[in-house]
Ligand binder design. Structure first.
Ligand code: PEP
Ligand code: MN
Length: 262
């Protein structure tokens, strides 16, 4: 029984909780996921996929739907974007990774190989149940304003809904200091990497909001004991339809990581 404020637990309480959960953590090697914030065009995606392969990535990420606050912002290509992502990812021998926001995106042919639940969707239990039903690996982003206990409890819900593998993806949360885009609690991240029964990844782009810092965090992630990391890349960040300010240019990602696979 966890004591204290509802939804909040210290390391000791979480350790005890995790001990009671059977490990769904695959002993798989480190997983790098790269790709644009949003799928914009075949040419853009193809260039990202080439760079992802050279950098040693296993997954090609790319949003088909973007939940943007402003109605004037790019909202994504929809099912065309999902289909394009699957096609290009498979052509390059990569797994496709995309956020799903409704049931139509989980149909055969549209559904990505790895289903991402976005920070704004963590509490949408009917979506979680449908995602679990796909049999795909699920990336669960930390919900905005959620505690670690709440986030890890939602992972448990996914398992009870029948999910095969759940990966916790830290992407930070809003904070009082507006320097970085979102705040990542490094102590908790390292704690989770050592103790949680799920693989732990860091989304270096939505947490930092900066390409230089994102690149440095990508290099640090394996040393922190993380199981994987995700980053946004783009052939021409200045022209990206969304989140271009934080995208790592593809030549930078290749220059930094390509030597590891040669
Ligand atoms: C994303 O990864 O495309 C995304 C929108 O991230 P988040 O849900 O963490 O904001
Ligand atoms: Mn983005």
């Amino acid at each position: 029984m966890l004591r204290g404020k509802v939804g909040v637990a210290g390391f000791e309480a979480l350790r005890a909780k995790f001990r009671s959960i059977s490990r769904v953590r695959a002993q798989s090697p480190y997983y790098l996921a790269l790709g644009p914030c949003a799928v914009e065009s075949e040419r853009q995606l193809r260039r990202c996929a080439e760079a992802a392969v050279l950098a040693g990535a296993k997954g090609l990420r790319g949003g088909g739907v973007k939940l943007r606050t402003s109605p004037d912002s790019f909202q994504g290509l929809g099912s065309e974007g999902f289909r394009l992502l699957n096609r290009i990812a498979h052509e390059f021998g990569l797994e496709s990774i995309a956020e799903v926001t409704d049931f139509a995106q989980m149909r055969e042919g549209v559904c990505p190989d790895v289903v991402q639940i976005g920070a704004r969707m963590m509490w949408n239990f009917s979506l979680l149940e449908a995602a679990a039903g796909t049999g795909r690996t699920i990336l669960l982003k930390r919900g905005m304003g959620s505690t670690t206990l709440e986030w890890t409890s939602v992972a448990e819900r996914l398992i009870t809904f029948g999910a095969r593998e759940v990966v916790l993806v830290e992407r930070g949360d809003r904070h009082h200091d507006e320097t970085s885009r979102n705040m990542v609690d490094l102590s908790t991240l390292v704690f989770l990497a050592r103790n949680a029964p799920y693989p732990i990844w860091l989304d270096v782009s939505h947490s930092s909001g900066d390409p230089e810092v994102a690149l440095a965090l990508l290099q640090l992630a394996p040393q922190l004991g993380l199981d994987g990391a995700m980053a946004e890349i783009h052939p021409n960040p200045a022209e990206a339809a969304c989140d271009g300010f934080q995208a790592i240019p593809i030549d930078r990602i290749v220059a930094s990581f390509a030597q590891e696979v040669i």
